[in-house]
Design a binder for this molecule. Structure first.
Ligand SMILES: Nc1ncnc2c1ncn2[C@@H]1O[C@H](COP(=O)(O)OP(=O)(O)O)[C@@H](O)[C@H]1O
Ligand SMILES: [Mg+2]
Length: 228
C-alpha cells in the first residue's frame, strides 16, 4: 500500500467571477513503494495535485484511485479517515507549532490519534532518533535551524506511520547541505521503511533518489524520466 492512479483529473478554482484551471486532465500513476518526484514551473498545478491525492481537497472532475478505491466517492468523514491513516504531509515552511518543543510537535499527532502515554513516549523517542533530532528534542522551532525544523516536521508526518508521504518543495527553504540531508532521509524512508513518496521539488538532486521524475506543465503530465 498504496497504489495511486489519477484519471483525467481536473481542478478548477472559482473565485468570484474568475476561474483558474489548475489541472486539465492529469493522468499519473505511482506504484506501491515508489519514490516519485514531480517537477514543473510555478503555477502548473503541483500543490493542487498533492492536495487532491492527499484528500485535503476534492477534484472538479476525474478519478483518484488509491488501492482501487476512488477518493471522489468517499464521504467527507471517510476522506478524513483516509488522510489520518494513510497520508503524511511535509511542507516547504515546516508547519510546526511554534509554542511546542520538537518532541511535543512530534507527539501531537499521537495525542490526536488517542495513543496512550506509554505508546506516545516510545514512539516519540523512535521518531526523534529516526530524524536525527534526539539531541535537540526540547528546543522550540525558533531555536532550530531550517534543516532541523524540517527534520522535526518529517517526524510529525511519520508519527502515525502512514504508508504514503507527500512532500511539497521540502528543500525549498534549505541550504545545499541540509537540503541534501532531507533528500537522504527521504531515500531512507523509501528504501528502509518502504514508504511510498511523492515529492514536488525544483531540486535537481532529487533525480538521484527518485525512481521516476514526472514533468507537469499547464496542469498535465508533459513527460517522465526514469532515474539515473
Ligand atoms: N485556492 C485557490 N484559489 C484559486 N486559485 C488557486 C488556488 N490554489 C491554486 N490556485 C491557482 O491554480 C494554479 C495552480 O496552482 P498550484 O497548484 O499551487 O501550482 P504550483 O504548486 O505548481 O505552483 C495557479 O494558477 C494558482 O494561482
Ligand atoms: Mg506549489
Amino acid at each position: 500500500m498504496p497504489n495511486i492512479r489519477t484519471k483525467d483529473l481536473i481542478k478548477v478554482y472559482r473565485t468570484g467571477k474568475s476561474e483558474v484551471i489548475a489541472l486539465r486532465g492529469l493522468d499519473m500513476h505511482v506504484a506501491e513503494g515508489e519514490l516519485v518526484a514531480v517537477q514543473g514551473p510555478s503555477g502548473c498545478g503541483k500543490t493542487t495535485l498533492l492536495n487532491l491525492i492527499g484528500g485535503i481537497d476534492r477534484p472538479t472532475a476525474g478519478r483518484i484511485e488509491v488501492d482501487g478505491s476512488n477518493l471522489v466517492d468517499f464521504a467527507d468523514g471517510d476522506l478524513v479517515k483516509y488522510r489520518l491513516a494513510k497520508v503524511g504531509f511535509i511542507f516547504q515552511f515546516f508547519n510546526l507549532v511554534p509554542t511546542l518543543t520538537a518532541e511535543e510537535n512530534v507527539e501531537l499527532p499521537l495525542r490526536l490519534a488517542g495513543r496512550s502515554p506509554s505508546i506516545r513516549a516510545k514512539r516519540r523517542k523512535e521518531l526523534l532518533e529516526l530524524v536525527g533530532m534526539t539531541q535537540r528534542s526540547s528546543h522550540r522551532p525558533d531555536e532550530l535551524s531550517g534543516g532541523e525544523q524540517q527534520r522535526v516536521a518529517i517526524g510529525v508526518a511519520l508519527a502515525n506511520d502512514p504508508p504514503l508521504l507527500l512532500a511539497d518543495e521540502p528543500t525549498g527553504e534549505l541550504d545545499t547541505k541540509t537540503g541534501q540531508e532531507v533528500l537522504d532521509l527521504f531515500r531512507r524512508l523509501n528504501q528502509e521503511f518502504k514508504k511510498t513518496i511523492v515529492v514536488v521539488t525544483h531540486d535537481a538532486r532529487v533525480s538521484h533518489i527518485a525512481h521516476r521524475v514526472l514533468e507537469i506543465q499547464d496542469g498535465k503530465i508533459l513527460g517522465e524520466t526514469a532515474a539515473a
